[in-house]
Design a protein around this ligand. Structure first.
Ligand SMILES: Nc1ncnc2c1ncn2[C@@H]1O[C@H](COP(=O)(O)OP(=O)(O)OP(=O)(O)O)[C@@H](O)[C@H]1O
Length: 692
């Protein structure tokens, strides 16, 4: 017995009856049942919703859509299975003789269906254990130590523990960082919008107070880009919002469990320029660890030490020198080794990283316009397809409340307004043509090292295959698979999974992409999901590609790039050189252009000081890590305060001042820039001085 591989729920399309903010050129949307939901129940649900929403005009249209799409799914699957009788041994041999290539493809499918298993390092496991114990946690580490991956494990754990919408608030300072973890920007989650003055934080009371009162956990990824001033203002408001009974004792963050992840040696918040016309201007100053709120939170700190992105110890050491600023000349050393031009391998050009958006955008458009396919590299299936093809995504919204119409509408509106639609890494429209330089925007989870295609893997469009042709191929592979030779179920699952994704997309032509590791694959439309806990799911179905002639350094934070040119022109920010260089997997795939002066390596002394202090307060796992390549020791200071999993100490409960005294050394006032006191105490200090 077979079932459609995508689950068992109903997708509601973003249709004209529920206009979206950006629906202008979206194709006609289909509603598709993923499993065998009978037509009548689905239609009656749609009827109910629409009657209540006074959308009678669209009723007939939706009904037809539902019927059409059901018919489509059924005929689609029927089509796949019509030739599914197992082939006899003779016929099988004949097939093998006739079509070795196809046979190989099937074998690849078998291999790809075996998912690699990732085992966590002790430090990564420790983070998860501390979160499970309900501790406030900050975990950090160089680029590529698995911070994002650990967050994904944490999210899984928390989704099992909490079952109400809004229990876990997942945020990051930018949309680009928030979307991959299924989160939203801090400004949006707290309802403060664009903050120009301190008064703007009052919006939290009107827009988000109810939500924050019932929240249990707050996650912030890329914490290095959150300013101390922002964190303090939010924490003060949160504490007030959540301490509403007179007898309640105020707790840090109003008693929320907070989880912060990030690397302060990477990109930092941009302070606002003072505008003296604005009264009480919000200036976005300081780094998060300088906030009073940080110290109040009594964070358990874990430093992830094993780097997985790069495999070459020498490169890792040089990157670390640049990261910590210990040896800025390492930039010149890398530049010496990487100043040669990277060769064009199988038509794949390296991605150029620019500091400025304008440079990256201009370069991408110029290159797309210039690109003419090199005949020998092209797999032609339709000569007209040397023209650019615009691939338009299909988008679906799936609210969770299917019983209450009022709630359904509320959830629908919430999902429709999600930032996901603007920040999803797969674009609403993408224009490609043969020869276009592209990169993956999601991990392909294929087995074996050589098949490792991840978010950031570079390739070139070498041809197109039609959806029709693809479906025929899948049918053929399924029939081959069902011979005694290929018995394992994962292959069937995988093929049906691909078929399921195709059924959710109206994209007619699918790009064939040759990647640097030699794999040539059809980049089928993928489902990009964005789950709002207990509210529902937004899904964009699009090919997982984006143009990759150029990117900005800010947009590549978090990516692994295997073929990259770093343009050092206009490098301006602290941590920017490190972020750019640490995207590369190896020196072989890295080129540096521009004057590689050590003066470009900018590292904040406050960050250096902070990481020195961390060596004293970090929590250590009971055993030492064994996997990955250990980053060079950042620090020679012997840890004098080792915490283990059994630590129960909570200094804040004893006396807040003691916490500040213990951690005094990194505290710098973002208000007056002096060391030794947090900003909120600054005014107090001035007063004391005047009084004395
Ligand atoms: N325990 C592990 N075993 C194998 N691979 C791992 C492990 N942890 C992380 N990785 C891999 O290392 C790569 C980098 O991980 P990830 O992007 O989570 O790092 P990061 O610390 O968030 O990097 P950055 O700071 O640059 O954003 C990913 O491909 C991830 O799958």
């Amino acid at each position: 017995m077979f079932c459609c591989p995508l689950g068992s729920t109903i997708y509601v399309p973003l249709s004209p009856s529920f206009p979206t903010p950006h629906s202008s050129n979206r194709p006609k949307m289909e509603a598709l049942a993923e499993d065998w939901v009978d037509d009548d129940s689905m239609i009656s649900m749609m009827q109910e919703v629409e009657t209540n929403l006074n959308l009678q005009n669209s009723r007939q249209e939706s009904e037809t859509q539902v019927k059409d799409s059901h018919r489509e799914v059924k005929s689609f699957v029927g089509h796949l299975y019509k030739d599914m009788e197992p082939l006899g041994e003779d016929l099988q041999q004949e097939v093998e003789m006739e079509d070795k290539d196809l046979q190989q493809e099937v074998e690849t499918e078998v291999r790809d269906s075996q998912q690699p298993i990732i085992s966590l390092t002790p430090e990564q496991q420790l983070v998860i254990d501390l979160v499970r114990e309900g501790k406030n946690v900050f975990f950090t580490g160089s680029g590529g130590t698995g911070k994002t991956m650990v967050l994904q494990h944490i999210l899984k754990l928390l989704s099992e523990r909490y079952d109400r919408a809004g229990d876990v608030v997942i945020t990051a300072p930018t949309g680009i960082a928030a979307i991959p973890i299924g989160g939203t920007t801090i400004h949006r989650a707290t309802g403060i919008g664009i903050t120009r003055t301190k008064k703007d934080f009052d919006c939290m009371w009107t827009t988000a107070a109810k939500k924050w009162r019932s929240a249990k956990v707050w996650i912030i990824d890329e914490i290095s880009m959150v300013s101390a001033e922002l964190l303090d203002h939010l924490e003060q408001n949160l504490t007030k919002i959540r301490t509403y009974k007179p007898k309640d004792v105020p707790k840090p963050f109003g008693g929320l469990q907070v989880i912060f992840a990030g690397d302060f040696f990477q990109l930092q918040p941009v302070p606002e320029k003072p505008n003296y016309k604005l009264k009480d201007q919000f200036l976005n100053r300081g780094l998060a660890f300088e906030a009073a709120a940080w110290h109040r939170a009594d964070l358990q700190t874990v430093v992830l030490k094993n780097i997985f992105r790069q495999g070459d110890g020498h490169f890792i050491r040089m990157l670390n020198d640049i990261r910590t600023g210990e040896n800025p000349a390492a930039l010149e050393d890398i530049a010496k080794q990487c100043s040669r031009d990277l060769s064009v391998e199988d038509g794949i050009l390296p991605t150029v990283l620019y500091s400025k958006n304008k440079d990256a955008d201009e370069y991408n458009i110029k290159k797309l316009n210039e690109t003419l396919p090199d005949e020998k590299d092209v797999i032609w299936i339709n000569p007209n397809l040397d023209k650019p093809v615009v691939l338009v995504a299909n988008e679906y919204i799936r609210p969770e409340a299917s019983k209450s119409n009022y709630l359904y509408r509320q959830q629908y509106d919430q999902l429709r307004a999600a930032e996901f639609w603007t920040h999803c890494h797969a674009l609403e429209n993408i224009t490609l043509k043969i020869g276009a330089q592209v990169m993956l925007v999601r991990n392909m989870q294929l087995a074996g090292k050589e098949s490792d295609l991840v978010n950031g893997s570079r390739g070139v469009v070498v041809g197109w295959t039609s959806r029709e042709e693809k479906l025929e191929k899948i049918t053929w592979k399924l029939s081959l698979f069902r011979t005694p030779k290929f018995k394992t179920n994962p292959v069937e699952d995988r093929l049906l999974h691909i078929a399921g994704k195709l059924s959710q997309s109206t994209i007619e032509f699918i790009p064939i992409v040759a990647f640097r590791n030699g794999r040539v694959i059809d980049c089928d439309p993928e489902m990009f999901d964005y789950q709002v806990l207990k509210v529902g799911l937004c899904t964009r179905v699009q090919v997982p590609l984006k143009l990759a002639w150029a990117l900005t350094i800010h947009k590549c934070q978090g990516l692994t790039l295997d073929y990259v040119i770093v343009n050092l022109k206009y490098i301006f920010a602290e941590g920017q050189v490190y972020v750019a260089l640490s995207r590369a997997r190896s020196l072989d795939g890295l080129q540096i252009i521009g004057n590689a002066s050590r003066s470009y390596v900018k590292v904040s002394p406050r960050v250096v000081q902070f990481y020195k202090t961390l060596a004293r307060i970090e929590t250590h796992p009971v055993t030492r890590p064994e996997e990955g390549i250990a980053a060079p020791e950042e620090e020679t200071v012997e840890p004098d305060r080792k915490h283990t999993l059994s630590t129960t100490e909570n200094p804040f409960e004893k006396c807040p001042e003691e916490v500040f005294l213990e951690n005094m050394s990194p505290v710098i006032c973002y208000h007056c820039s002096k060391e030794g006191h947090p900003a909120w105490a600054c005014k107090l200090e001035k007063l004391l001085r005047i009084n004395s």
